[in-house]
Design a protein around this ligand. Structure first.
Ligand SMILES: [Zn+2]
Length: 387
């Protein structure tokens, strides 16, 4: 640790409204960065969910998908689409559909978690066994640890180095293998609340990478803290000219097919050997999302400190929209599990980042914004709750 922890103006940094409001339809609050609310109190993700149910003709979208795939399909045995996968339910669903339903030849690519869980490794293995070629990208372990610690210390998100690789590695592989089409799962900004710019089109601008995924801090930012060019190589996007020369297109399957994470889970247990977590994931009630990395619980937990939005809020919000649970059930689940500390991997986290428990708390608590948090009898409590 190089700098003493000073409080951060979280509200200003993320442009958060002072008055906390909750969507009247789901459990999401207006503290999610880039989300918007209508006059009627309905959040942009719920508005989009209505649009999906009532307006979109999925037969027309399927036709659009077939046209896109026909344009890219190869007949000489070479790969014709890059699919980023973790072995989890979403990427596996996309890859399996493209290969077995639409007759494509995907190259699946995986950016390695920082600290694999056993279940994460097993799921990727099972996915590959279900009939896919895969390239696993793994960054230098020493550099990963350093970057994770720096990101935890300076931006309150230890997961940032993983996010660089997750966004940039598929692009690098597409350029390197001369495959123009990359197919992602859902557009998180649109499905879960955020920038709606891409809600009504299937593609994503490469330029949005930085804004949406990197909190405005590209990998080069860390050079200031002693990370070298050589260290950063694995995290960088390919050269822009090469991306354009490859005619690279990034598409979202969620634009073409009705996106339902729980249905993807059922699909992958049947088709790609996907197994849920034997234990409930800390901070939420679900067993099938984000299981691969021992570090990512801290990413969600720090998000809870910054925005008052934990994993249960996010999980219940989309399950309410998908008609899996009622709002009332969602509220009860939030009250029970939201913000639960990820203690199962706490020791691993401290060791990985090479910090003490004391340093951990000092650097975490600086992200508790006074408009969301207060101390009562020496305990941190949120000033508001969904009801
Ligand atoms: Zn909502």
């Amino acid at each position: 640790m190089t700098t003493p922890p000073t409080p951060v103006d979280v509200q200003k940094r993320y442009n958060l409204p002072s008055d906390v409001r909750f969507c009247i339809r789901c459990t999401m609050s207006n503290q999610r960065p880039r989300i918007s609310f209508g006059e009627d109190g309905v959040c942009s993700a719920c508005q989009f969910s209505d649009h999906k149910k009532k307006v979109i003709d999925w037969d027309v979208r399927d036709k659009e998908l077939r046209e896109l795939l026909d344009k890219h399909r190869k007949h000489d045995g070479s790969y014709d689409v890059v699919v980023p996968v973790s072995g989890g339910k979403d990427g596996s669903f996309v890859a399996h559909q493209l290969k077995y339903h639409y007759g494509m030849h995907p190259l699946t690519v995986t950016w390695s978690p920082l600290l694999y869980t056993d279940i994460g490794r097993a799921n990727l293995h099972n996915f590959i066994q279900s009939g896919f070629d895969n390239i696993l990208g793994t960054a230098n372990g020493k550099v990963s640890r350093l970057m994770t610690r720096l990101a935890f210390e300076h931006i309150g998100d230890p997961f940032q180095p993983f996010i660089y690789g997750q966004a940039n590695f598929p692009l690098r592989m597409a350029v390197q293998h001369k495959i123009p089409l990359i197919m992602y799962g859902e557009n998180g900004e649109v499905e879960y609340g955020g920038d709606m710019k891409n809600a009504f089109r299937p593609t994503r601008d490469i330029e949005d990478h930085d804004r949406h995924y990197f909190s405005g801090l590209p990998p080069e930012f860390w050079k200031e803290y002693g990370v070298t060019d050589a260290d950063l190589e694995a995290y960088l996007p390919p050269n822009g000219d090469d991306v354009r020369a490859n005619k690279t297109e990034i598409h979202f399957m969620g634009y073409y097919k009705h996106w339902d994470p729980q249905e993807n889970f059922y699909y992958c247990t049947r088709n790609t050997g996907f197994a849920p977590n034997p234990e409930r994931t800390e901070g939420t009630y679900s067993k099938y999302a984000s299981l691969d990395d021992r570090i990512d619980g801290f990413h969600y937990w720090l998000g809870y400190l910054k925005f008052g939005i934990g994993r249960t809020t996010s999980d219940t919000a989309h399950e309410i929209r998908d008609g899996k649970i009622t709002r009332e059930e969602g509220v009860a689940l939030v009250r029970k599990f939201d913000g639960e500390f990820p203690k199962r991997y706490f020791k691993d986290f401290l060791e990985y980042c090479d910090i003490t428990e004391e340093q951990f708390w000092a650097f975490s608590n600086r992200w508790r914004s006074p408009h969301l948090w207060e101390q009562r009898d020496g305990e941190w409590v949120l000033k508001f709750a969904v009801s």
